[in-house]
Every structure is written in structure tokens, then in C-alpha cells.
Design a protein around this ligand. Sequence first.
Ligand code: 3EB
Length: 344
Amino acid sequence: MSSAASRADRAEPRAASERRLTVTLSDDIVPLSGNHNLLVAFQFGASPPSTQHAAIVNPGLESIDGGDIYECWWYDGEVNVTTCDDVRIAQCEDYAVAILQRPDSAPEDFRQTTYDAYHDLLRAVQETEHRHLIKIWNYFAGINDGDDDREKYRQFSIGRADVFEELGILDETVPTGTAVGSVRDSGLSIIALISKHGLYAAENPRQVSAFKYPRQYGPRSPKFSRGGCVSIGNHSLFLLSGTAAIIGHESVHPYDVSLQTSETLENLDQLCKAISGLRSEGPALVLDKECVLRVYLRDPGDRVFVAAQLQELLGITESNAVFLHADICRRELMVEVDGVRVLS
Ligand code: 3EB
């Protein structure tokens, strides 16, 4: 057989734009097709998972509606899962997800626990070809335990900031993020989405950048970008960091879920506009039923009200939002939303 014939017989490599990531919400892990492989599955709920898979992570959060819900990230192409010490990494051509889960510790030890966890996680990430941090989800119990600067969330922020500083990660290049308190005692879970493609980060004009928060919120500021976008050919991944009722750097309408929901939706809208502005062409990012949202509620009793608002104002239903019982990183905040949208 001539080399020309064998070349023609070979399947054409797929164009980058056809390679797709798909994010689904469902009560089980069901592949979209035989070509789709799991990059990560977030399990919300306490049942043993129906399938064993190293890319499944249970960060200790409960769906307010009961039962188990899985947010699955599917890649249309090969995914390889490896383990580096206690870090699990699922890698595909465009992205990888690194998962680290460690035992909990007391507020006074949590800075060190966080430092060690971030140090080991990011060292494992550096072994891959995916060097750009895109999004990091952080979940741990008792986020508001401890007073003032001894609070667990503030101690967490110090440990994270110390590792970022040591690695030379500048504020303007920090990944998008979420840091939420789990209600089950399930240790510290850190899940990092990384890529060989860079993050275009966006800030919300209505909010002070978290990494510039003044001293009153803790000795080290929270190192995350408000939102961003990864573009690979025609494929774009939009990411919204955990968003709450904060204007400037201050919480507004303390303990009032109704007014905080309105402010949160306004913040999300502004953030979508800022992220859309990163791109010179292509459709704008809007919060609609193509997004997958996580709605964190301090009081599960607020679910009916918040769900009704999301449906009425944005057309978002349970099929693309999961309502989770969680503590928010400031005691007066009742609601926080984070989300993702894939566009091809
Ligand atoms: C805020 O805007 C709310 O510390 O990684 C949201 C998203 C929040 C991420 C983090 C914290 C974090 O400050 C809290």
C-alpha cells in the first residue's frame, strides 16, 4: 500500500472547534454518547455514587430538593485519569481537572491546611501540559467558624494567597473561583479546572476586585477573578465566579434574601456584560437556560423564593440550576450563585 493511500484511509483529525465540552445536571451519571468521557462529576448528596470513577468528587454539599444531583463535565474525546500522591487528575486535549480532598482542621490550623493543599495541588498541576488555572472551586465545613481574622475563611484566604505569591501568580491572572461552606463535615475539597489555553479574566465594574478588598475583610485578600472566558477555535467556555450581594466591597441588605437575590442577579448581569466585552466577536453571554448554575443558600427555606425569581426573570429552572444548602463566606450573605456556559 502506498503511503498516499494509507494517509487517505486515516480518519481526518477533527478540527479544534468540533471538540466539545458539555456540562449536564442530572440525577445520575449518564454519558451523552459513546464518545463522551467524564472530565469531572460533582456529586451533590450523600449516597454512594452509582458508578465508581476517579473523576467523581463529592464536596459535601446537599441538594435542597433531596436526592443526589450530579453536575457532569463531558469531553467529546479521550480523557486520561492519573493520580499524583493524593491528587487525582483527569486530562483531555484542551483541559484537565485536578481534585484534592484532605481532612478538615480547626480554624487555627486551617491556614496551614490550605497552604499545604494548594501547594501540593499546584505542584501536581505543574506536571501536566495544562499550566493555566481557569477555575478553582473550594468547599469546606465551618467556613464562618472563628471570630475576626481567626475565621476559617480568612485563614483559608491567607494560605491560598501565600501559595499564589510563592508561585508568582499575579492578582490580575488569578483564576475564577468559588469558596463555599459545606454543611456536612467532609473535609477540604479543592477542584481546579486547568487548561493549556489561557483565561481571559473579567472583573465586575460594580464590585471591587476581590484581590483588592481592603484590610477589614482579612489579612490577605481572596485571590479570584470575578469571571472569565477560555476560547478554543469556535468553542468558548464562560465562567462566573461565586457571586453574591456585594457592591463595591460591602455586603448589601444583610440577612435579606429577597433584596440580596436582586443584587446578585444584577451583579451576574454586569459580569456577563464584562465577560462578553472580552471578545471582539461572537454572541454575548447572557444568563439563560443554556447556563448551568449552582445556587448556594444559607437557609434551605429560601429555595422556593429564589427558584421562582430565577424562573420569572431568567427562565432558569431545576434542569439547569442546582439549589445547594451551604454557608456563604460572609455571615450576613444568604445567597451566592456560580455558573458556567459552554458555547460552540
Ligand atoms: C465575594 O464576592 C463572595 O474566596 O475564592 C466568591 C467567590 C467568594 C470566590 C473565594 C469568595 C471566593 O467575595 C465570596
